[in-house]
Design a protein around this ligand. Structure first.
Ligand SMILES: Nc1ccn([C@@H]2O[C@H](COP(=O)(O)OP(=O)(O)OP(=O)(O)O)[C@@H](O)[C@H]2O)c(=O)n1
Ligand SMILES: C[C@](O)(CO)[C@H](O)COP(=O)(O)O
Length: 236
């Protein structure tokens, strides 16, 4: 592969090497049926609809046997890396190490869960507008709406936590590839990219999103995702 010239400005990276253990299905949740297509296909279609994304990199597990069983968009911007790791952070880190050989360090990378299949291209475009001049980058997130309780070991309320200023982190999470690669290398224990950046002393910007961009995690989530995507289709 030759280096990509002309400093590609925005790329997306989709970690899709998880097993979906909380879904409890016989195969990974990213390949489960959602409105007649695998879950991840909706994610890919939404990202490919964002014209400013120069490449959409998909990170699969090295032993993935499902991807090859489907047809995927014939778009040269769609690229597959078979380098997933044991954790989400490891999958992202390994992919960034490969991609960083071909793109400049200041390239923006939008890391987006394969399992957030209801993402809309309009929201991603809004994120690009909000963050492209930002010195750090940031993430989609929603303010916490419910009252929060911490449980004790008996399943009783140990305390009520003030929700002021609390947000739920979503994806995409958008950072410059060089800074993100270094942050994840230093903090491999994180569950999202923003945490690695925070641990390095940065303060990622929160870009308001909404609950429709939820992560398909449990069996009942598939019906919810189908309703959201179905309603979005009807509005088009
Ligand atoms: N080793 C891993 C684990 C997760 N992921 C990806 O990271 C995203 C968010 O992770 P999560 O929803 O937790 O997925 P799983 O790990 O597959 O689910 P579970 O935790 O229920 O096993 C998913 O798109 C998943 O495929 C990954 O690329 N590599
Ligand atoms: C990145 C993420 O989707 C933000 O909410 C989340 O942290 C991933 O969580 P998991 O630990 O992979 O379930």
């Amino acid at each position: 592969m030759t280096p990509i010239k002309n400093s590609s400005r925005f790329h997306a990276l989709v970690p899709a090497a998880g097993s979906g253990s909380r879904m409890g299905a016989p195969h990974p949740k990213q390949y489960l049926d959602l409105l007649g297509l695998p879950v991840i296909r909706h994610t890919i279609d939404a990202l490919l609809a964002v014209e400013r994304l120069e490449t959409v990199w998909i990170v699969l597990a090295p032993d993935d046997v499902w991807w090859a069983q489907y047809d995927w968009p014939h778009d040269p911007r769609l690229q597959v890396l078979m380098c997933g790791g044991a954790t989400r952070a490891e999958s992202v880190t390994k992919a960034l190490e490969m991609i960083a050989q071909y793109v400049p360090d200041d390239t923006w990378m939008l890391v987006h869960d394969a399992a957030r299949a209801c993402i809309s291209s309009a929201v991603v475009d809004r994120m690009l507008e909000a963050l492209s001049e930002d010195p750090v980058g940031g993430l989609l997130a929603v303010p916490v709406a419910d009252t929060l309780k911490r449980a004790d070991k008996q399943g009783r309320v140990a305390e009520t936590i003030a929700r002021d200023g609390l947000w739920q982190a979503q994806t995409p999470q958008m950072f410059r590839i060089g800074m993100l690669r270094d942050a994840l290398a230093a903090h491999p224990e994180v569950t999202d990219e923003a945490s690695a950046m925070e641990a390095c002393g940065h303060r990622p910007r929160l870009v308001p999103s909404d609950a429709s961009n939820f992560k398909v995690t449990f069996p009942e989530d598939l019906a919810m995702a189908a309703r959201i995507l179905g309603a979005a289709r009807e509005q088009k």
